[in-house]
Ligand binder design. Structure first.
Ligand SMILES: Cc1cc2nc3c(=O)[nH]c(=O)nc-3n(C[C@H](O)[C@H](O)[C@H](O)COP(=O)(O)OP(=O)(O)OC[C@H]3O[C@@H](n4cnc5c(N)ncnc54)[C@H](O)[C@@H]3O)c2cc1C
Length: 476
């Protein structure tokens, strides 16, 4: 066994979107050397394992790394994202990260990249293909870029049994099907399930031949409100103002979600079914219209077993056939609950500091690492915005995000960094300029007026949300 000794300033575990965004800022803002280790053979993390028809859920313009544009600046002219900023495809994302590694990171002479290697802890990692082992002396910090534990259907293990003879596989297998099936059963209610349904409909499958197993309905974000360009100011900033007004005025949690829905901030599949989940999934109105064509939505909880003639949900079941394709979309993309201090001595655990924005957060935390010395100060600037799971988590995320935005606005210099960072996407919309129209000013005024009122009403709503969660836990 050959153990090679290495020395570096930063050791980054994971060359997924998070590790890459972090390394990019360190390269730009420090003179540090970096070692990056990953089990995958190429940078991009879970995008290596994605289905061929995957795309980003958000505009490309604020995904990737700070130093290189991912978007071509185009607005889609066709398809269900028509009229909205382009969404990079899986291959585009993979090529992008490959380019960054080959043309920015490695040529800098400051990055060493170890793909196909597994990190074991204490600065040790080993090759997955050879007997090579490495021991790294880390002069500054170890960066944990694996916190989000992104789980995708092609690599996860489903939580239910599948009998022999059942046609069952991840949505990655859909494009390989070459004969019609009796039915297509989508297992899961998250974003990959949405992608699977849309793909089937786009490929001329009759909506009546699709059954959608929906353990929990989710609240979805309208993609029109996530567009960072001035052209969409009224949508994006209008939604910010509407959500602040909703929090400010809501009497209770039901009232809050009513207001968010009526104001166009959140959407749901079925107006008669109250969602219990919020994962930050983002869809366009045209996608929503397509999804609503599915009438066989099965709400019996989680699948416990699939046999060739039955799908079981504990003691309940529905019929299926041997000629039915059961499509696994049950991986929970980001299955984490615990939160930690971001800065912990010689370790940084990269987490979200803005709601469902892991990539922006990675770049932001790297900037804080590069710019400040005092650990308490750094953690104060990087309070974690918890990842959402339940519907009520929308509120907890909003509260934490408002706290961070307020804190950042008091920190000299941070605003300039946010304004100039492409992963931020939104701060420059709030910035008034000669281009700001009267109508846009009115939206900014609404936001300004509602924000303190939202802050004042927040404790009451949070207390109610905590009671709801406690009751659900007691009943589960
Ligand atoms: C289909 C899909 C679409 C998405 N779309 C968006 C979107 O539009 N916008 C958005 O913000 N987010 C989106 N997400 C969320 C996604 O989690 C983030 O965008 C981001 O890709 C997560 O990156 P990551 O680096 O945290 O995780 P990963 O991509 O999982 O990368 C972590 C890396 O760490 C490596 N690793 C783990 N443990 C070890 C170890 N012990 N040793 C060595 N290496 C290790 C893994 O091999 C992996 O490559 C999407 C997620 C999915 C599944």
């Amino acid at each position: 066994m050959n153990t090679q000794q290495l020395e570096t300033d930063y050791l980054i575990i994971g060359s997924g979107a998070v590790g890459m965004a972090f390394a990019d800022v360190l390269l730009a803002e420090t003179d540090a050397n970096i070692v990056i280790v990953d089990k995958h053979h190429k940078p991009g993390g879970h995008w290596n394992d994605a289905y061929s028809f995957v795309t980003l859920h958000q505009p490309s313009s604020f995904y990737g790394v700070s130093s290189r544009e991912l978007s071509n600046g185009t607005v889609d002219e066709v398809g269900l994202n028509k009229g909205l900023a382009e969404l990079a495809s899986g291959p585009e994302i993979m090529a992008y990260y490959d380019q960054i590694m080959k043309h920015t990171f490695l040529p800098s002479g400051r990055v060493q990249y170890f793909p196909m290697c597994e990190y074991q802890g204490d600065g040790k990692f080993s090759s997955m293909l050879s007997n090579n082992q490495y021991q790294v002396k880390v002069n500054r910090k170890i960066i944990d870029g694996t916190y989000f534990k992104t789980s995708v259907p092609s690599t996860h293990t489903p939580s239910f049994e599948v009998a022999d003879g059942v046609e069952f596989g991840p949505l990655n297998e859909l494009p390989s099907l070459i004969e019609p099936r009796d039915d297509y059963v989508i297992v899961g209610g998250g974003k990959t399930a949405i992608d699977a349904v849309l793909w089937l409909l786009d490929n001329q499958i009759n909506p009546d031949d699709i059954s959608w197993i929906m353990p929990r309905d989710g609240w979805w974000i309208d993609r029109k409100n996530t567009q960072p360009s001035r052209k969409f100011f009224m949508n994006t900033m209008g939604a910010q103002a509407t959500q602040a007004e909703a929090v400010a005025a809501a009497e209770n949690i039901d009232d809050l979600f009513d207001r968010l829905e009526k104001g166009g901030v959140l959407m749901r599949l079925d107006p008669n079914v109250k969602p219990a989940m919020f994962h930050g999934a983002t869809v366009s109105r045209d996608e929503l219209a397509q999804l609503r064509r599915i009438k066989k939505v099965i709400r019996k909880g989680r699948v416990t077993r699939i046999d060739t003639n039955k799908i079981h949900f504990g003691n309940d079941s529905i019929a299926t056939t041997a000629n039915t394709m059961h499509v696994d979309c049950s991986a929970r993309a980001v299955p984490v609950n615990e939160i930690y201090d971001v800065f912990q001595g010689n370790k940084i655990v990269v987490q979200t500091v803005r709601s469902y924005q892991p990539i922006f957060s990675a770049a932001f935390i790297a900037h804080i690492e590069a710019s400040y010395d005092d650990e308490a100060h750094k953690n104060d600037l990087c309070q974690v915005v918890p990842l959402p799971n339940h519907d009520t988590d929308w509120l907890f995320g909003m509260a934490a995000q408002m706290r961070n935005q307020m804190r950042w606005s008091q920190e000299p210099g941070l605003r300039d960094w946010l304004l100039s960072n492409r992963l931020d996407g939104f701060t420059n919309l709030v910035q008034q300029s000669d281009e700001t129209t009267k109508e846009q000013m009115q939206v900014l005024m609404r936001l300004k007026e509602a924000a303190p009122k939202a802050g004042a009403n927040m404790p009451k709503l949070i207390a109610q949300a905590m009671k709801i969660m406690a009751a659900r836990t007691a009943n589960s």
